[in-house]
Every structure is written in C-alpha cells, then in structure tokens.
Design a protein around this ligand. Structure first.
Ligand code: NDP
Length: 448
C-alpha cells in the first residue's frame, strides 16, 4: 500500500471493509488512489464533497439467477451480474464477461476501471460491467444460445440505450451479442440498436468494433514510441492471449512493421520466430474455437510450450492481452532483463502492482489498460453514435476515428502527467485525467 495521503488511506480502508474478499476490486481501487494524492492536495473541493468515496461505491449492483437447460436435458444454474458503477458522464457502458472465475469482486474491479477508461476517451459514457460464472468452453452453440436467452430474460429490465449499454469481454463475442440482442428484441418488441454494442456489421454493428481494442493498443504503443523518436517498425513483440484483443493486436502490430513471435491461451504458448501466421490464428480461434497447441501442430516453424510463462520469450515490446494479474513481478523482471522497453496492457489490469513497479523503476514505457485498451469502448461509443443517427460508416472512417481517439487519450495522459510533475508516467496520467473528468461532472450534479 503506497497511498500516502491519510484521507486516501482511510477511503481505501473503508473500501476493503465494505467489500470483504473482493481482492481484485481492492487492487483496482488502490491503483487509482495511489495516483490521487497530488490531486486532493490541489483540489480540496473533491474531498469536501466526498467525491472519491462516492466514486468507489457503485450506483447499483444487480445479482440474478440464470437457469437454463443443457443438451442432455439437465438443468443448470449460473449467477448473473451487472454493476452499474457511475453515470456522471453518460449511460453505463462496459462489457459482459462469461468465465467460471466471475464473481462480484471481478465485476466490480472491471466496472471501476471502466469509469476512468470511459472518461479518458472524452466521450459521453459512464461506466459499468457485468457477466456470469458460465463457462462457454465445450458448450454447443445451442447451449450458449439458451444461456444467453436466460441471462437476457433478467438483464433486459435493467438496460437500454439511455440507461446501460453492455458489450463483449472474455467469453462474449459476436455470437453471444447476437443471441443477447435477439432475446432483448423479442422480450421488448423494440429494435433498439443502441442497447448493445459489438453487433454484427449487417445489423447495426460498427465497422472496426471487433478489431478496435487490439488495434487501439497498437496505436497507443505507436504514440508512446513516437515520443522517443521510434516506431513499431522492426520491433519484436510478444502478445499474451489469443482471443479478440490479442488477435487484432497482432494484426495491427504486423501492419505497423513489428513482428509478433509468441501468443498464448490459458493452457500454454506458441513461439513462431518467423512471425505469427494471422490467418491460421484466426481460423483456429475464431472459426474452430481450437486450443493454441493446434497452431504448432499445423505450423512446422512453431513450437508449443505447455503451461510456463509466455514472458520468458525475449521481446522489445510486451502486450498482455489475456486476463488480470497474468504478469507478475518475476515475469516483469525477466522481461526487463531480456531487453523489453515497452509494455502496453491490452487486457484489464494484467500486470500486478509489483510488476508495474519493476517497469517504472526500469524506465520501461508502461501504458495501463485503462488508456491502452480504451479503443474498444471508444468504438462502441461510435457504434452508439451510428445507431442514434441510423448511419453506418466505412471501415476507413471508423478506423481513422479510432486512431484519432487513441492519439487523444495518449495526449490527455501525457498532459496530466506533465501537469502533476511526473512526465512520462502514463499510470498517473490516465488515473488523474479520467478522475478529473468524472469528478467535475459529479460536483456539478450535486450530491446524487
Ligand atoms: P477472449 O475471450 O476473446 O480471449 C481471452 C484470451 O485470454 C483467451 O486466449 C484465453 O485463453 C486467455 N485467458 C483467459 N483467461 C485466462 C487465464 N486465467 N490465464 C491465461 N489466459 C487466459 O477475451 P478478450 O480478448 O475480449 O479479452 C481479453 C482481455 O482484454 C480481458 O482482460 C478483457 O477484460 C480485456 N478487454 C477486452 C475488450 C474487448 O473489446 N473485448 C475491451 C477492453 C479490454 P482460453 O481460451 O484458454 O481461456
């Protein structure tokens, strides 16, 4: 715990007391509070109005039963969540995660992060997150559909284009958003395109939404490197995960001249010194839903390592794009020792606090997830904009808007870091810049 201001310290203690056992949520709160000391010193009005305490308490938390029937006729029961964290800047916005590890503490950490991330985009969106402990792995399409229909049968009453707009996250991609939207439409008898984002491009989805988080992470790296007079061209890159974010990070890194030499899933990683074959990766993960080990089976140049740490693979740039706390202190040391100089988080909170400290001490360019992966939610906001005007943009237009937004986020982080005397500290810059936008809106709206 490095929160030095005594008021911030007692806020953190209160959060831990009121939310027992929710370690990931405590970690996410601590990371933000660690940055806010200079802000409360300069702006006592936030402390006077207890804005920070209010930001740490979700506006609404919904927990519900999700009963459904599997292919063998057995009744299954999962738990569903939606945490509507903060609506000072707009309707709650944030993804749904379907993964067996999901519980309230994970949803709250993700919702809390989302509040600051969404603020950083400069767009009119509040923060929320949801999901279920449902495990889609090994389930048939029909089972996933029945689960999604049951999940939406409760969720529909809490969401809406002006209220709360969910999207995808781990385990929720285009297939699941389709089933969820179909059930919402059926129950409400409304074709309300703006109620969910990540829809198919043929029925209200935005061009580049699928690619946006991964592309945005690569754009953010490019912006950071530009400050040092460098680029991704010629850089050796390692990307963890092989899901939505990872695949499109690989695609954009390659387009910008870098070479991705390793990708992973939860069972192991593959090393491909010739550069990851993107078409094969997409075929395996998006079409066949196969394991990453299969990549090495089909590509003689590649080797598979079961288990182990992908961060043992030497690289110039590391992009953790799988899940929270996947990159710890020891992995961070290995990366630094082997010459890594840039880390950008495509996933949410993938680096442990001790891992971040190693990068900061070593002078590594480090971009926290709330800045580097904000391209996904930003493009979701562009999807809402297109839905509201019943418009549909070209790929080129959507991608150029994404690139502008990522450049804007980079600039906001850099300016806040400069303003608070910590140039180049993107963690402080992201937390402070996001906080100030939300806090000012909350002050203006009174005690609500
Ligand atoms: P996907 O479900 O598409 O892919 C997740 C990937 O991470 C898979 O390769 C998965 O492997 C791996 N993974 C998941 N859990 C673990 C684990 N415990 N240990 C090791 N590997 C794991 O999810 P996304 O790509 O959408 O999300 C990845 C990260 O990016 C998450 O942190 C998410 O919150 C964040 N994010 C996503 C956004 C989006 O637009 N989708 C937006 C912003 C952030 P396996 O298949 O074996 O489980």
């Amino acid at each position: 715990m490095t929160v030095d201001d005594s008021r911030l310290h007692s806020i953190y203690d209160l959060v831990v007391r009121r939310n027992p056992g929710e370690d990931e949520f405590h970690q996410a709160v601590r990371e933000v509070l660690d940055s806010l000391g200079p802000v409360v010193a300069r702006h006592p009005e936030y402390a006077d109005a207890r804005v920070i305490e209010r930001i740490c308490e979700p506006e609404r938390q919904i927990i519900f039963r999700v009963p459904w029937v599997d292919d063998s006729g057995r009744v299954e029961i999962n738990r569903g969540f939606r945490v509507e964290f903060n609506s000072a800047l707009g309707p709650y916005k944030g993804g749904l995660r379907f993964h067996p590890s999901v519980y309230l503490g994970i949803v709250k950490f993700l919702g809390f992060e989302q509040v600051f991330k969404n603020a950083l985009t400069g767009m009119p969106i509040g923060g929320g997150k949801g999901g279920s402990d449902f495990d889609p792995k090994g389930r048939s399409d029909a089972e996933v559909m029945r689960f999604c229909q049951s999940f939406m049968t409760e969720l529909y009453r809490h969401i809406g284009e002006y209220t709360d707009v969910p999207a995808g996250d781990i385990g929720v991609g285009g297939r699941e958003i389709g089933y969820l939207f179909g059930q919402y439409k059926r129950i409400t008898n409304r074709y309300e395109s703006g109620v969910l984002t990540g829809k198919g491009t043929g029925w209200g989805g935005s061009a580049v939404r699928k690619e946006a988080t991964g592309y945005g992470t690569a754009f953010f790296v490019q912006e950071m490197l530009r400050e040092r007079g460098e680029s991704l061209d010629g850089k050796r890159v390692v990307v963890s995960g092989s899901g939505n974010v990872a695949i499109y990070a690989v695609e954009k890194v390659h387009a910008l001249g870098g070479t991705v030499v390793a990708v992973s899933d939860s069972a192991g990683y593959v090393v491909d010194e010739t550069g990851v074959d993107l078409e094969l990766l997409k075929q395996l993960k998006e079409v066949e839903r196969a394991r990453i080990s299969e990549y090495a089976e089909r590509r003689p140049a590649a080797s598979y390592v079961a288990g182990g740490s992908i961060w043992d693979v030497p690289c110039d740039v590391a992009l953790p794009c799988a899940t929270e706390n996947e990159l710890d202190e020891s992995a961070a040391r290995t990366l630094v020792e082997q010459g890594c100089t840039v880390v950008a988080e495509g996933a949410n909170m993938p680096t442990t606090p001790a891992g971040v400290a190693v990068f900061v001490d070593a002078g590594v360019l480090f971009a926290p997830g709330k800045a580097a992966n904000a391209g996904g939610v930003a493009t979701s906001a562009l999807e809402m904009q297109q839905n509201a005007s019943r418009d549909s943009w070209t790929h080129e237009h959507a991608e150029s808007r994404l690139a502008e937004i990522m450049a804007g986020i980079h600039a906001r982080c850099a300016e806040a870091a400069d303003d608070y005397g910590r140039p180049g500290d993107y963690v402080l810059g992201a937390n402070v810049s996001g906080f100030l936008r939300v806090a000012d809106a909350m002050l203006a709206m009174g005690v609500v």
